[in-house]
Design a protein around this ligand. Structure first.
Ligand SMILES: C[S@@+](CC[C@H](N)C(=O)[O-])C[C@H]1O[C@@H](n2cnc3c(N)ncnc32)[C@H](O)[C@@H]1O
Length: 245
């Protein structure tokens, strides 16, 4: 499962324009939960092509480092860096077994924990994240929503649909989703309950774990209207999570 993005590669191009991935919903929620990054060092895990890694630097972060398990995604991230240099540093690694990259004010991970292959793998990821934070630092992540409901809305109009989502998902159950980009592709990951996430985070040393449902920005509401977003707001595929060291 881990290197699936080596095959997906540039099919992810422009996926940030999908309504669900846009700054109106996902970006708005992540930056609201994260707060200002100005003057802070940021380690961006599961950075993919550097979508958020670049934004952290553009918003005034100091040292910004991206890590991804996929060589192909890091190749694309580095290509983006060469095209428009921001001084970003990228590494290929599984978060669970990262070498030490330093000590950061913030660790971010937009879509990581549901790629854990077992609770033990998630725990190793969380321990590694904790070890890369300065005392008092924060981990902000965006993960598959453990409360996503098979009975709730699951509309293609947002740019992502869950495929054959089970009515009562079990921990570790395989989940697939389709991304409706120009060259659509399917991703595969595992279902993990809230308590599995929280157990791993607490065992790694985090406290004050706060879940936050996605919110639409005023610009997104003005552009598409409340009615467009309502189904997604009622049954979002992802949620944000903030944890303190
Ligand atoms: C949905 S993409 C998100 C990329 C980027 N954060 C974004 O929001 O555009 C998930 C990424 O997680 C990476 N990934 C999955 N498991 C990982 C692991 N164990 N360690 C590091 N990266 C991982 C994948 O290679 C992929 O690039």
């Amino acid at each position: 499962m881990s290197a699936q993005y080596d095959q997906i590669g540039d099919k992810t191009e422009n996926w940030d324009v999908l309504p669900v991935r846009s700054g109106y919903m996902e970006g708005h929620t992540i930056f609201k939960v994260l707060g200002s990054v100005k003057g802070k060092s940021v380690l961006d895990l599961a950075c993919g092509d550097g979508l958020y890694t670049r934004q952290f630097k553009e918003r005034g972060a100091t040292r910004v480092v991206g890590v991804d398990i996929s060589e192909e995604m890091i190749r694309i991230a580095q290509q983006n860096e060469e095209a428009q240099p921001l001084g970003l540093e990228y590494h290929v690694s599984d978060v669970a077994s990262m070498p030490s990259l330093g000590s950061f004010d913030l660790v971010t991970a937009v879509y990581l924990l549901h790629y854990a292959s077992s609770p033990e793998h998630m725990l190793r990821m969380c321990r590694s994240i904790h070890a890369h934070l300065k005392p008092g630092g924060s981990f902000v992540t965006y993960a598959f929503n453990p409360d996503f409901s098979a009975k709730g809305p699951n509309s293609t109009r947002y740019g992502i649909t869950m495929l054959a989502f089970p009515e009562a998902p079990r921990d570790g159950q395989a989940i697939s989703a389709e991304l409706h980009t120009k060259n659509p592709f399917t991703i595969h990951f595992s279902y993990w309950s809230r308590s599995t996430h929280e157990q791993a985070l607490r065992a790694a040393g985090f406290h004050t774990i706060t879940w936050q449902r996605p919110e639409c920005s005023p610009e997104g509401l003005a552009k598409y209207g409340q009615a467009f977003w309502q189904d997604y707001i009622d049954n979002p595929h992802a949620v944000a999570l903030r944890c303190e060291k």
